[in-house]
Write a protein that binds this ligand. Structure first.
Ligand SMILES: [Zn+2]
Length: 398
């Protein structure tokens, strides 16, 4: 308390004129400060109520309108720092198809590609307008369209080479080409048993490749159609139950490219399966893919018994110790052959055989189950079936 100032809570009638003037001036200042605070609060209240109205309007808009690609719309607006009112305006424009948010992700491209493959450009155009999926032009800018050549008739080397040029080479040219090892895989996919007409080649599709040579598949007139139908009725050829699919995948990344798609009646022999796979490997070498992208290191299959037999004959025929006599490859023979349990058998050019691990585990489990729970005869059979075998692991090659 300064000299001359009254003590706090002193009665006003005891104050001097000068002290009363100071009190009045102080109270006037406090009064003005409070008035200013009230004005600020009033203005903030008005802004808050306006914003609250905007949020209510946004909730009503989301509840009442079917806004296509809403998540992308709001994400784009937030990225641009737009206000709630601007977002509502965008929603209104999107509902009236005036505004369409961009920013497609990979899932949108995949769904768009699926729609295009299933329903063609008409379906994609409809979904583009209704659900704002990417248009065909947008898809073509962001996706690599692969045209797989479907085998009509018997499988031949040209089918593989055509697909290598259609699928593998365009994809590899878009990125820095790097030499790597490759695996050729084979499997089947289910097919609807029906014949179709390929207008490009004027041939009937869907006939099994095993017996397609028994009939002329070229469709030129009614007689040729009747001739094919009669061959199907006499079972000289069949409608494909499954499609044999062969693809190549690169070690070190998840890319996979189809090399063959052919209708099959599942009557091929192990030798025919082996020949088809050897043709696939030969096509890889003769098409120039080996020099451009790298060699085939292994072949892979599932637990199909016919393929297992055919692949054993073709890809487990050289023991590693004698590999130096059949190949010029530099293989770490000394390192591998002293490692117990490793598979030391390979095919030509050191190509190894890989089985799907799921089927290997299933097979081992079946053997264990038989040994543990079944009769002595079954156990003897299981023991002979499950004798010490080589590991599915591929060799370590330098
Ligand atoms: Zn057949």
């Amino acid at each position: 308390m300064a000299l001359g100032e009254p003590a706090p809570h002193t009665n006003y009638h005891l104050l001097s004129h000068h002290q009363l003037t100071d009190v009045i001036r102080s109270m006037s200042h406090t009064n003005n400060t409070l008035k200013l605070n009230i004005l600020n609060l009033t203005r903030r209240l008005g802004t808050t109520l306006t914003r609250l109205d905007a949020f209510n309007a946004l909730v009503m808009a989301l509840a009442e309108e079917d806004v296509p690609r809403l998540q992308q719309l709001i994400a784009t607006a937030v990225r641009h720092g737009d206000s709630v009112r601007t977002i509502i305006n965008r929603i209104e424009e999107a509902v009236t198809r005036v505004y369409s948010p961009r920013g497609y992700d990979q899932e949108d491209y995949d769904i768009g590609l699926l729609a295009y493959r299933l329903g063609g450009r008409q379906l994609l155009a409809v979904l583009n307008r209704r659900l704002s999926l990417p248009s065909l032009r947008t898809l073509q800018r962001h996706q690599v369209f692969i045209n797989v050549h479907i085998t009509i008739g018997s499988i031949c080397l040209a089918d593989f080479i055509t697909n290598i040029r259609n699928t593998v080479f365009p994809s590899s040219s878009s990125t820095a080409t790097r030499l790597a090892g490759h695996t050729i895989c084979i499997d089947e996919i289910a097919l609807q048993e029906k014949a179709d007409y390929n207008s490009k080649t004027q041939q009937v599709m869907g006939i099994c490749h095993q017996h397609a040579s028994a009939v002329n598949l070229t469709l030129t007139n009614t007689e040729s159609a009747i001739r094919i139908a009669e061959s199907l009725a006499r079972e000289e050829c069949h409608l494909g139950k499954e499609a044999t699919v062969i693809a190549v995948t690169t070690w070190g990344n998840d890319s996979i490219y189809p090399l063959l798609a052919a209708a099959s009646c599942k009557s091929e022999t192990p030798a025919q399966i082996g020949d088809i796979m050897q043709t696939a490997i030969r096509s890889w070498n003769e098409s120039g893919a080996r020099e451009k992208l790298g060699p085939i290191w292994s072949v892979a299959t599932d637990g199909d018994a016919t393929r297992r037999r055919g692949f054993h004959d073709n890809f487990l025929k050289h023991e590693l110790d004698e590999l130096h006599a059949v190949s010029q490859l530099r293989v770490a023979v000394r390192t591998v052959r002293v490692m117990p349990g490793l598979n030391r058998f390979v095919g030509d050019d050191g190509i190894t055989l890989d089985f799907d691990y799921k089927h290997i585990f299933k097979r081992e489990f079946s053997v264990l189950f038989l040994v543990r729970f079944c009769s002595h005869e079954s156990q003897a059979c299981a023991r002979s079936f499950g004798r010490p075998r080589v590991s599915p692991l591929t060799m370590v090659m330098s």
